[in-house]
Design a protein around this ligand. Structure first.
Ligand code: ATP
Ligand code: MG
Length: 228
C-alpha cells in the first residue's frame, strides 16, 4: 500500500466577524511514502487546519485530498472515519490519552476499534510499549506518567494499526528538551523504517530532522525545500 497523499487547490474558510477567514488558502502538496514532512509557520498561519484537512479530520471548503487516488472529500462520514482509523495515526501536543484507561488500554483502543479481539489488542499494545521502554508503565494511568512518557504512549497508540501516515501537531510543545529529544529520536527511528510522517512544529529541532520543510503564511505555503 503506497499511500501517496495529495492536496489540490485546498481551501478552508471560517466565518469571522462579518466576513470569512481563509485558514488554508489554495494549498497544493504531494507527500510521498517515506517522507518526513515538517510544517512550520507563525501562530494562526493555518498549520493545524492544513493537518486536519490532510488527515480527514475536517472537510475542506473546496479542493481535494487524495490517498492513492481515493478522494477523501467524497467519502461518507463513516467511510472517512474507517479510513482514518485504519490508515492514519495521530499525535497531539496535549497527548489526548484517555484518563481513566491505563497506558496499555490506551494503546489497545485503536486496535479494538479496528476489530481486533481484546487479547490480540492487548498483546500488540504490550509489544509496542515494551519496544519503547515503557514495559514497566503498562498499568499506569496517564496522571501517573511524565509528559515524555505520555507522549511515547501516544506514539505507540498512533502506531497500533501500522498506519500509512502519522500526523503530529506540536508533538514536543509540552515537553522539556530531554523528553522532546526522546520523542524526536523515536520519530527518527520510524522514519528510517520508512514510516511517512507529517509534523507541525515551532521547534527548530524538529525541522532539522525532517527531510522536507514547508513554511506557511496566512494559509499559503510560502516556501518548501526538499533536503538531499
Ligand atoms: N474552527 C474554527 N473556527 C473559526 N476560525 C478558525 C477555526 N480554526 C481555525 N480558525 C482560524 O484559522 C486560522 C488558522 O488557524 P490554525 O489553528 O490552523 O493556525 P496554526 O498555524 O495551527 O496556529 P498555532 O501555531 O497557534 O497552533 C486562524 O486565523 C484561526 O483563528
Ligand atoms: Mg496549531
Amino acid at each position: 500500500m503506497a499511500g501517496v497523499l495529495k492536496a489540490k487547490d485546498l481551501r478552508k474558510t471560517y466565518p469571522s466577524g462579518a466576513g470569512l477567514v481563509a485558514a488554508v488558502d489554495g494549498v497544493n502538496i504531494s507527500i510521498r511514502p517515506g517522507d518526513y514532512l515538517v510544517i512550520m509557520g507563525v501562530s494562526g498561519s493555518g498549520k493545524t487546519t492544513l493537518l486536519s484537512l490532510l488527515s480527514g479530520l475536517e472537510r475542506p471548503t473546496s479542493g481535494s485530498v487524495t490517498v492513492d487516488e481515493l478522494d477523501l472529500t467524497k467519502l461518507s462520514e463513516r467511510a472517512l472515519t474507517a479510513l482514518r482509523q485504519s490508515r492514519f495515526g495521530f499525535i497531539f501536543q496535549d497527548f489526548h490519552l484517555i484518563g481513566h484507561l491505563t497506558a496499555l488500554e490506551n494503546v489497545a483502543v485503536p486496535l479494538e476499534l479496528a476489530g481486533k479481539s481484546g487479547a490480540v489488542a492487548r498483546q500488540r499494545a504490550l509489544e509496542l510499549l515494551n519496544r519503547q521502554g515503557l514495559g514497566d508503565r503498562t498499568h499506569h494511568f496517564p496522571h501517573q506518567l511524565s509528559g515524555g512518557q505520555k507522549q511515547r504512549v501516544a506514539v505507540c497508540r498512533a502506531l497500533a494499526n501500522r498506519p500509512s501516515v502519522i500526523f503530529a501537531d506540536e508533538p514536543t510543545g509540552n515537553l522539556d528538551r530531554a523528553s522532546a529529544d526522546a520523542v524526536l529520536g523515536l520519530f527518527d527511528e520510524l522514519h528510517q523504517e520508512g514510516q511517512t510522517m507529517v509534523v507541525v512544529t515551532h521547534d527548530p529541532a524538529v525541522a532539522d530532522r525532517g527531510d522536507r520543510v514547508i513554511r506557511m503564511e496566512a494559509g499559503r505555503i510560502v516556501s518548501g525545500e526538499r533536503r538531499a
